[in-house]
Design a protein around this ligand. Structure first.
Ligand code: PHE
Length: 341
């Protein structure tokens, strides 16, 4: 029996050495030291020994058990370490690889232009007044002196909603009425920036959405001279101190008299080029003295108050400044375009 035990001992140790993975090692443990393992089975044979032989055998088997346990623990530690090592090697990250470049964001060219415009008007004492994108027919047209069925409505092709009388604003001018009704009887100096929408064929020169920056000044003794002086100052701050401007008479239902302001072409300095169609001038805004009916609709008595208003397109201004030849780039979301600014 003792020789049998010794044999089992050496055999088990040999098998233990051959276990190359923790999984194999666990099987070994079960079959050797487990509840039905070979050592256990040998323990049970103790009954067949004589009473004199039993203590010696008992001692020996306990010793063998202890040794095997210790050998198992050692092997387990070894295998665990080498398995961890292998795992680390397999999933190693190369910290010397250069990282991925972070793309830096920037403001959209339209936002940059808007902010430039705000800064100039802020300097001249004009506050930003926000008004809604979704308007009523009444505010967008009627209160601006454009009655139903008046041919002037043709100037603004309109997006209608399924709710009668509710439309997307075609210009920022309805904000004039909102501002007047809010501020009456105080004098007003505001700019009204925002997105406008027109149901138009999209071409290189016209989009169905674009920004406008409206301006409104209302008070006592405001004259056409104030309009011209203020807008000329704006143009010089925006396009350069030497820039010439000119006003051409025009028609808008909500201003009287009405005009358009041109600046000397910023591409050719007035010499003539394809941007200014060889005239030397480019149009940048519409303007005029607030029509008495519009003042009245805003709550201001035209016998006491007067005012001027203007509306400009920041995308158009950016197009001139940076020689962008197609307005569709602005909302095309092409990074190759947007990253240039
Ligand atoms: N609302 C006009 C347009 O969209 C521009 C404008 C604003 C003209 C204010 C005069 C005064 O064309």
């Amino acid at each position: 029996m003792l020789t049998q035990l010794d044999e089992l001992h050496t055999q088990s140790l040999a098998q233990l050495k051959q276990a190359e993975t923790t999984a194999v090692l666990e099987t070994w443990y079960k079959e050797t030291l487990g509840r039905k393992g070979s050592i256990y089975l040998m323990t049970r044979q103790i009954g067949s020994l004589s009473a004199a032989e039993r203590p010696l055998f008992g001692q020996r088997i306990n010793k063998v058990k202890k040794e095997l346990e210790a050998a198992y623990e050692n092997r387990l530690a070894e295998l665990k370490a080498s398995e961890l090592q292998a795992k680390m090697e397999a999933s190693a990250i190369d910290v010397t690889l250069p990282g991925r470049k972070q793309r830096q964001g920037r403001l959209h060219i339209a936002t940059q232009t808007l902010r430039q415009i705000y800064a100039i008007w802020a300097d001249m004492g004009f506050q930003v007044y926000r008004s809604r994108d979704v308007e009523t027919d009444e505010y967008n047209f009627e209160l601006l002196n454009i009655p139903q069925h008046h041919p002037a409505r043709d100037m603004w092709d309109t997006f209608h909603t399924t709710t009668p009388g509710v439309i997307l604003r075609t210009h920022t001018s309805p904000g004039q009425i909102h501002a007047m009704r809010e501020y009456y009887p105080e004098p007003i100096r505001v700019i009204l920036p925002g997105m406008c929408y027109r149901y138009e064929q999209v071409t290189a020169r016209s989009e169905l959405q674009f920004h406008q920056v409206e301006g409104l000044a209302v008070g006592k003794n405001i004259t056409m001279t104030d309009l011209k002086g203020t807008l000329t100052d704006f143009a010089r701050r925006m396009f350069g101190a030497q820039r010439q401007v000119r006003f051409r008479a025009n028609y808008f239902p909500f201003t009287e008299p009405s005009a358009e302001m041109d600046v000397e072409c910023i591409i050719c300095d007035g010499d003539g080029c394809n941007v200014c169609k060889y005239t030397g001038w480019v149009e940048i805004l519409g303007c005029g003295m607030v029509h008495p009916n519009v003042l009245r609709n805003g709550g201001y008595d035209p016998a006491i108050y007067s005012g001027f208003a203007f509306g400009m397109g920041p995308e158009r201004i950016a197009m001139l400044k940076y020689r962008i030849d197609d307005i569709r780039y602005f909302w095309g979301n092409d990074l190759r375009f947007l990253e240039q600014f």
